[in-house]
Design a protein around this ligand. Structure first.
Ligand code: UDP
Length: 271
């Protein structure tokens, strides 16, 4: 990384790379602290030594754990309930301290539930054995899985299933471009939630996938999954006001439509 930063005179780093599966982090916390925390520490050090001026970090709503307030704001307490959330929070803390000590200006983007795919069908999530809800549901609709499970129906939410703030990947991409412009214009280090400020339950998502696809697939009700908070929705006023972020795809059916189109494309090419 040090050689690459020097060779290309890199002035800004957008740090996406990480392990991202909450239950895996519960099973292998040290693996998560190595890949997410220790490796981020190395990258931050390389960036500072290489004279990088701006750093954008992909953090997560998981830093909030099971928040007392809904929607949750950036200044609310951070109490992660999984090693995944802790591994990302530790990186936030390193950036804060590195910013104070060495002047590295940075933006922390706390992603809520990223979903959907490029509306033009150029890119989308291609992970084999993906665990994320919308991906799993569209794979099930297309017959790539015989059925899907709902993890927990006894949460303290209106329909008993977990509530999340699903954000279209293209709107999330836009937030990175906005964050880079902000830093290059001299903006101070800051943390932003990336979500729309509204939540959908697991049942809402499954209904949307059935409606959009026109396919009634098999759903089973299973026990809770380790590390899952009941409800998490972003307060998104700061990203809108400070970064002038304007989302274009704040609609669950649109997100599902794009995810489904992408999944069809993937299966048509046999990957
Ligand atoms: N979920 C589910 N069945 C699945 C995958 C996910 O019921 O096959 C639930 C999961 O328990 C959580 C929500 O859907 O309540 C979102 O999970 P996901 O893994 O997509 O994202 P996370 O919120 O864990 O980052």
């Amino acid at each position: 990384m040090a050689a690459l930063i020097a060779e290309h005179r890199v002035d800004a780093v957008i740090h996406f790379a990480a392990s991202i599966v909450v239950p895996d982090s519960v099973a292998d916390p040290l693996g998560y602290y190595r890949n997410n925390t220790a490796n981020s520490r190395s990258l931050i050090e390389c960036a500072i030594k290489g004279g990088v001026k701006h750093f954008i970090f992909s953090s997560t709503a998981a830093v909030y754990g099971n928040p007392a307030t809904v929607p949750v704001g950036e200044d609310d307490p951070v109490t992660p309930m999984s090693p995944y959330g802790s591994s990302k929070l530790m990186t936030e803390i390193m950036l804060r301290d590195a910013g104070a000590a060495y002047g590295l200006r940075h933006v922390i983007l706390r992603y809520f539930n990223v979903a959907g795919a490029d509306p033009l069908g150029r890119t989308g999530q291609s992970t084999k054995g993906a665990t994320h809800l919308i991906k799993v549901a569209v794979e099930t609709a297309l017959g790539l899985r015989p059925k899907m499970d709902v993890f927990g129906t006894d949460y303290p939410t209106p329909d008993g299933t977990c509530i999340r703030d699903y954000i279209h990947v293209s709107d999330l991409v836009r937030a990175h471009a906005d964050a880079l412009s902000y830093l290059r214009d001299g903006g101070a280090s800051a943390t932003f939630n990336c979500g729309y400020g509204r939540g959908f339950s697991v049942r809402d998502v499954i209904e949307s996938v059935k409606r959009v696809s026109g396919i009634d697939f098999k759903v089973e009700f299973a026990g809770r999954r380790a590390g899952d908070p009941a409800q998490i929705v972003a307060a998104s006023d700061r990203v809108r006001a400070v970064l002038h972020w304007k989302p274009h795809f704040d609609d669950l059916n649109t997100i599902v439509t794009h995810a489904l189109a992408w999944e069809r494309k993937l299966s048509a090419r046999g990957s």
